[in-house]
Write a protein that binds this ligand. Structure first.
Ligand SMILES: Nc1nc2c(ncn2[C@@H]2O[C@H](COP(=O)(O)OP(=O)(O)OP(=O)(O)O)[C@@H](O)[C@H]2O)c(=O)[nH]1
Length: 374
C-alpha cells in the first residue's frame, strides 16, 4: 500500500472513531440530561404531595379526635403534627437546594412562620383534648387555620416547582441543541482539517514524484536512477550477485530534430521510452538520464545476461515502426554496458564511467551496436 493511501486510511479511521465518540457522547448527554433534571424536580414534587397529604390528615384526625376524644386519636394527631414540623424543614431545605428564585417562593414560605407560631398552641390543645372537652372548639378553629395555611403553601409551591421544572426542561433542550451543534461544528472542522492534510500530503507526494520523474516520457529521471543505483549496489554487495548498467543512446537524434522538428523528436523519445519500458524486466530500472540517453539498471545480471538483453533491445528498436520520422528509414540506438561484481568491488562512479566508455566505443565503431565492458 502506498504511503498516501495508508495515511488516507489512517485519517479515515481516526475520523470515523471521532464521529462515533462524539455521536455517542452527544446521544448520552441528550438522553440523560433531561431525565436527571426531571428526576430532581419529581423528587421535590413528591415531597410537596406528601405535605398536602399530611394537611388532609390533620383535618381528618382532628375531626376524629373531636368526635372520639380517645388517647390513641390524640397520639395519632400529635405524631402528624410532628411530621408537619419536619416536612416544613425538608421543604425549606429542598427550595434552597434547587436554587429556586427566593422572590417567587419567599412570600409563600413566610406563611410557614405563621404555622410554626401556631403549632405549639395546637399541640397543647391536642394534648388536653381527651380530658378537657372545653378546648375542643378552639382546637377545631386553630387546626382549620393551620390546615388552610398549609394547603395554600403547598398549592403555591406546586405551581412554582412546576414552572421551574418546565423552565429547566426548556433550558436542557436548548443546551442539548447547542451541544449537538457544537459537536457537528467540531466534526466539520476536523473533517476539513483531515481533508486539508490529505490534500497537502497528496500534493507533497505528487511533488516528490515529480522530482524523480521525467516529464516528457514519464520514466524515472536521473536522480531516481542514482538513488536506486545506491540501493541496488549495496544489495549486490550483501548478496554477492553482479549488477549491470547499460547506457542507451539514440543515434543521430539531432538529424531527426533538425529535419522533422523538435515536436517530432519529442514524440520519438516518448515512443522509444515506451518501447524500451515494455522490453525490460520488472526488476530492472529504466530511466531517462539525459536528452536522448536512457539508463538501464539490471540487478543480479552478469555480463552475458546484460549483453543479451541489450542486443535484444537494440534489435527491437531497429525494427520499431516509427511513421512520424520522415528524415530516415529507422531509428537505431547504441548501447554501452558495464557489469560490476561484488568480489571486485562495485562503485557507482566506476560502473557509470565504464558504461559511458562502452557507449562511446559503440558510437565510435559505427553506432547501432552493443559494446560491453567487463
Ligand atoms: N526533441 C527533443 N530533442 C532533444 C531532447 N533532449 C535532447 N534533444 C536533442 O538530442 C540531440 C542530441 O544530439 P547529439 O548529442 O549531437 O547526438 P546525436 O545527434 O544523437 O548523435 P549521436 O549521439 O552521436 O549519434 C540534440 O539535438 C538535442 O537538442 C528532447 O527532450 N526533445
Amino acid at each position: 500500500m502506498n504511503p498516501r493511501r495508508r495515511l488516507r486510511y489512517t485519517l479515515a479511521a481516526a475520523f470515523a472513531l471521532l464521529v462515533t465518540a462524539l455521536g455517542t457522547a452527544s446521544w448520552l448527554f441528550v438522553d440523560n440530561a433531561g431525565r436527571y433534571i426531571g428526576a430532581d424536580y419529581t423528587a421535590f414534587a413528591s415531597n410537596l404531595v406528601r405535605g398536602q397529604h399530611e394537611t388532609s390528615l390533620l383535618r381528618y384526625q382532628t375531626e376524629t379526635l373531636l368526635a372520639h376524644p380517645r388517647p390513641e386519636h390524640r397520639e395519632q394527631l400529635l405524631s402528624t403534627l410532628a411530621v408537619i414540623r419536619s416536612r416544613e424543614h425538608t421543604t425549606r431545605h429542598g427550595l434552597e437546594q434547587r436554587e429556586l428564585d427566593p422572590d417567587a417562593y419567599g412570600p409563600v414560605v413566610a406563611e410557614f412562620d405563621d404555622v410554626n407560631a401556631r403549632l405549639p398552641r395546637l399541640e397543647s390543645l391536642v394534648d388536653r383534648a381527651v380530658d378537657h372537652p372545653e378546648v375542643h372548639e378552639e382546637l377545631d378553629m386553630l387546626a382549620m387555620e393551620v390546615e388552610d395555611t398549609l394547603a395554600f403553601i403547598y398549592s403555591q409551591l406546586h405551581q412554582i416547582n412546576h414552572a421551574a421544572a418546565a423552565e429547566q426542561r426548556r433550558m436542557t433542550r436548548w443546551l442539548s441543541i447547542a451541544v449537538v451543534t457544537l459537536g457537528v461544528l467540531v466534526l466539520a472542522i476536523i473533517g476539513v482539517l483531515l481533508w486539508t492534510i490529505d490534500k497537502v500530503v497528496g500534493q507533497k507526494t505528487a511533488l516528490e514524484r515529480l522530482t524523480v520523474t521525467d516529464s516528457l516520457t514519464g520514466l524515472p529521471n536521473r536522480r531516481a536512477m542514482v538513488q536506486r543505483m545506491e540501493q541496488t549496489l549495496s544489495l549486490a554487495q550483501r548478496n554477492g550477485r553482479p549488477v549491470s548498467l547499460a547506457l542507451i543512446d539514440a543515434d543521430h537524434f539531432k538529424t531527426i530534430n533538425d529535419q522533422d522538428g523538435h515536436p517530432v523528436g519529442d514524440a520519438v523519445l516518448r515512443a522509444l521510452a515506451q518501447h524500451l519500458g515494455q522490453q525490460v524486466r520488472q526488476t530492472d530500472l529504466l530511466a531517462r538520464i539525459g536528452g536522448e540517453e536512457f539508463g538501464l539498471l539490471m540487478p543480479e545480471t552478469d555480463e552475458h545476461g546484460a549483453h543479451e538483453l541489450c542486443e535484444r533491445l537494440r534489435d527491437s528498436v531497429e525494427s520499431l515502426p516509427l511513421p512520424v520520422i520522415r528524415s530516415g528509414p529507422t531509428l537505431t540506438v547504441s548501447i554501452g554496458v558495464a557489469t560490476g561484481h561484488p568480489d571486485r568491488g562495485i562503485n557507482f562512479n566506476t560502473l557509470y564511467l565504464k558504461a559511458d566508455q562502452a557507449l562511446y566505443a559503440a558510437k565510435h565503431a559505427g553506432r547501432n551496436r552493443v559494446v560491453s565492458q567487463p
